[in-house]
Design a protein around this ligand. Sequence first.
Ligand SMILES: NC(=O)c1ccc[n+]([C@@H]2O[C@H](COP(=O)([O-])OP(=O)(O)OC[C@H]3O[C@@H](n4cnc5c(N)ncnc54)[C@H](O)[C@@H]3O)[C@@H](O)[C@H]2O)c1
Length: 392
Amino acid sequence: MGTIRLGKRTEGRAPLIREFVPLADLADLVFGAWDPIPDDCYTACLRAGVLDRHEHVEPIADLLKSIKPMPAVFDQSYVKRLEGTNVKRGKTKRELAEQLRADIRDFKARNRCDRLVVVWCASTEIFITPGPAHATLEAFEKAMEGNEPSIAPSMLYAWAALMEGVPFANGAPNLTCDFPAMEQLAKARKVPIGGKDFKTGQTMVKTVLSPMFKARMLGVAGWYSTNILGNRDGEVLDDPESFKTKEESKLGVLEYILQPQLYPELYGTMYHKVRINYYPPRGDNKEGWDNIDIFGWLGYPMQIKVDFLCRDSILAAPLVLDLALFFDLAQRAGLAGIQEWLSFYFKSPQTAPGLYPEHDLFIQQTKLKNTLRWLMGEEPITHLGIEYYHEA
Ligand SMILES: NC(=O)c1ccc[n+]([C@@H]2O[C@H](COP(=O)([O-])OP(=O)(O)OC[C@H]3O[C@@H](n4cnc5c(N)ncnc54)[C@H](O)[C@@H]3O)[C@@H](O)[C@H]2O)c1
């Protein structure tokens, strides 16, 4: 999380964020999960092959073995490339969601937790657009009873968490809690929600480079992004319907940052393409490759190539932890509903109705830090800085 500057640049106050705001102590956290694949955390860890077995897995083997996934609410029609045996049974989606609520209560009691946060780190579901079933809480609950296809499993988790007064953050690009019924429920229960889709790799780079082009009024003729990855996420995204969900999330950022409607000569005809290719030999070590065709003064073309040899889970895991801590903080601070100040962590940030999302990574970071200052009664930092040169 790093540090946070407080007051003027001359004051030299820059505490660690974790010492500035009252976050939960890491030593007090306990972890649980649902998963249709019954592997315990130790087995899953070895299978994923992300962490060094001897240096990072074996020393905490007992803890990892003790984390066994609860049976999931899972339906293969929403994640085509996945099969699982550890699943709940129920006649209606409502019934399944009630089972999730019972799990949440049991987990809390068993582990003697004061508070909980649910973060969706599960697979990307098929593309679903908001419809009548998502418009109001009443319609949503009726649709759960009627087993309507527009109600995906992830939505049942979100509903269950909110009903139990537990903040819910969505790390996948699924619709999940990004619709009016869920916003209504979050407000009514005074619980924070947010998402969606962790911003960890290629899109993070995109939301740093594109504001630079716009700031210098450099045009973009085309942006071709491709990825190869071989983990289970890559396998799931190999299905066109799950990929469509991810594609929408990845495509949105440039439109909002570059504002082609304001700068038609620079960005009006930009060609933006995103590809994800499942390539097993790479495992979790994703390669995100970008070719950007830009143009400068008098229309002269130039190119930028980015080849990000990254590690998917190494980039994502710290975000999950930060989100758990900040959603818990938001809950304690009485911030109910959409947490736009945490858009720093997301590719497709949820915003209040009618508000376009802010995608620029550093504007998002400023928003996050100013929110923390505001919560703690410190002055927001505007970077005006005129006071260093002229007396008030
Ligand atoms: N860098 C990143 O890792 C990154 C970045 C952005 C977004 N995401 C998103 O985060 C999610 C998780 O990514 P991952 O790499 O850990 O994937 P993964 O495939 O390794 O893990 C997902 C897990 O979710 C489980 N699952 C699927 N449906 C479920 C359900 N209904 N209930 C409970 N569990 C269910 C799967 O069995 C699997 O174990 C994906 O949606 C991915 O697109 C990841």
